[in-house]
Ligand binder design. Structure first.
Ligand code: ADP
Length: 544
């Protein structure tokens, strides 16, 4: 085409001297150039639309050149045929032929700086997208995405990245559902990996007849592949395939190598990120253990000192006078501190158990009003009044009753601890769409706005808690959250209007059809916890 272009240009300059060119020959020439040149120009235009990236730009330049060239020929020949003085059309034709030559030049042998500028947008797109991929946890999705991005950058029909497993001598290729494993020298990609060089198979079926069927079914007529290698390790291979041979192979190979290198960077970065988060997780676990131990040691020590001191006092008194009257206040203090100790140990054990397994064991349909009533009565026995409000109709949820009672106890204990002096905490049960909502409301110190998000983390205590008490380890709400979430509900803290805290949690309600079953008399022994966290069975008594 270039030769024809040059001939056309040179020929057009000598046309005036060839006076004897016949009209018939000129018309034949016009028809010939319109047909052959037009076909080529249209074909290049269509092809350029099918591809992307630098190939598209080069083909577009060629098709522009082809149209300009036809234009030049037609103008020159028509001027010669129809005008007395064709010098004007000759100048236009010559200019068009010159521009056509320039366009062909850009398309077929573009200078390096133009190539760079044309490749830049595709490379940039690939790099930008690949940065986000280093955080992709799913390896298969990462590999599929890298393949898609490489195919996009080439404008090819597809691309695949095979990951090497050197110990087994295989390459793993991702598909939509899992992985295909092949020997590390199978397929064109495997060959590039084994030989550690780029490979161009213009006709893949011919180059690798053993896998001809696979190439045919995936319309991989032409394949170019390159090894993906980091400085020290052979990581895999990148293969780009298309249903027809590429026109500008040298550009494609250059791009392929760049993408293969970038893929190696992504794979390595991802490995490092995964390694880093493993180290972080280990550090977190160690830190939590340390916090756990120091919090436990600190909080167990205080009540233990009181218990021991009180017990030693009683012992000394009894040694001095075996008939001495036992001091009721001392015994009460002993009991109170022993209970605190037991609560702490229960919480600590609970958290450990929660971290290893589920908290919620046996779910059964229960009317939540009964649960609230039981909690209320238990507090009454300890001379603590609660204001309980509940709807008149049953509200049945499928719950682990002892765990839900433990949750309410925890919230009520907190309301008593952090609530206003002498107030009766309110426990409210209400329906909220398909769910039941239980709120425990107090008018005490509340929780500073900035700390509300963290209140359900383990060991977290709000900055204002210490003004009330130093006892407390920050595990109660964490345990509540775990229990509620395992029931499929949510727990949240809301400020009480006028000051104070409202802790509200939801539980999914059982559909009306199942409620009848719950209404049947319950044969199982009632299992709950007293206000201080001890599980109660039917034959355990609170004051025993
Ligand atoms: P603890 O009470 O043992 O510290 P919790 O997990 O029960 O642990 O509560 C965590 C923190 O949440 C408490 O230290 C306190 O700062 C805050 N908190 C809990 N309940 C209330 C409440 N009703 N009012 C104000 N602050 C509360």
């Amino acid at each position: 085409y270039v030769v024809v272009g040059v001939l056309g240009f040179v020929g057009s300059t000598s046309l005036p001297e060839v006076e004897q060119v016949s009209a018939v020959a000129l018309v034949a020439a016009i028809v010939f150039f319109l047909a052959v040149g037009g076909y080529a120009a249209v074909a290049f235009t269509i092809e350029s639309r099918r591809t992307r990236g630098i190939t598209r730009r080069r083909m577009a330049a060629v098709s522009v050149g082809a149209f300009l060239f036809i234009g030049a020929v037609v103008v020159l020949f028509l001027g010669q045929l129809l005008l007395d003085d064709p010098s004007g059309t000759r100048a236009v034709g010559q200019l068009a032929a010159l521009l056509a030559g320039a366009a062909f030049f850009l398309g077929f042998v573009p200078p390096t700086w133009i190539r760079r500028a044309w490749r830049e947008p595709d490379l940039r797109a690939f790099l930008e997208r690949s940065i986000h991929l280093t955080r992709e946890p799913d390896e298969r999705r990462l590999v599929l995405e890298l393949g898609r991005m490489a195919a996009d950058a080439f404008g090819a029909s597809g691309a695949a990245l095979g990951l090497a497993d050197e110990s087994r001598g295989i390459l793993r290729w991702a598909n939509q559902h899992g992985w295909d494993e092949y020997g590390s020298d199978e397929f064109v990609g495997g060959q590039a990996f084994t030989e550690q060089r780029r490979i161009v198979a213009l006709d893949a079926e011919q180059a690798d007849p053993e896998h001809a069927e696979a190439y045919r079914t995936s319309s991989a007529h032409t394949i170019i592949a390159a090894p993906v290698t980091s400085e020290h390790r052979r990581l895999g291979a990148l293969a780009v395939y298309a249903d027809r041979a590429p026109i500008f192979v040298e550009d494609d190979l250059w791009l392929l190598e760049l993408l293969a290198d970038q893929s190696a960077v992504v794979l390595e970065a991802r490995e490092l990120t995964a390694h880093l988060s493993e180290i972080r997780a280990r550090e977190d676990a160690t830190r939590l253990k340390e916090e756990f131990l120091s919090a436990a040691a600190h909080d167990l020590r205080t009540p233990l000192t009181v218990v021991l001191g009180q017990a030693e006092l009683l012992e000394r008194r009894l040694q001095r006078d075996p008939e001495a009257r036992i001091d009721p206040a001392g015994v009460a203090r002993l009991t109170r501190e022993a209970r605190r100790l037991r609560d702490l140990v229960t919480d600590l054990l609970d958290v450990q158990r929660l971290d290893q397994a589920r908290a919620v064991m046996d779910l059964s349909p229960v009317d939540l009003r009964d649960v609230l009533e039981e909690v209320r009565l238990r507090y009454v026995e300890h001379e603590v009044a609660l204001r309980v409000t509940a709807p008149a109709a049953p509200m049945v949820a499928s719950i682990d009753r002892s765990r839900i009672e433990q949750t309410i106890d925890n919230l009520v204990d907190n309301a008593l601890k952090y609530g206003a002096e002498g107030e009766e905490p309110e426990v409210r049960l209400e329906a909220d769409g398909e769910e039941a909502a239980i709120s425990v409301i107090d008018h005490g110190i509340g929780i500073p706005e900035a700390e509300r998000d963290r209140i359900f983390e383990r060991f977290f205590r709000a900055s204002n808690a210490h003004s009330i008490t130093d006892t407390g380890i920050g595990l109660g709400l964490y345990i509540c959250r775990r229990i509620v979430e395992e029931h499929g509900g949510r727990i949240e803290h809301l400020p009480t209007p006028g000051g104070g805290s409202t802790f509200r949690f939801t539980l999914p309600l059982v559909a009306a059809a199942h409620v009848a079953a719950a209404a049947a008399p319950d044969e199982a022994p009632a299992v709950g916890r007293d206000g201080w966290g001890i599980p109660l069975t039917a034959d355990a008594t609170i004051d025993g």
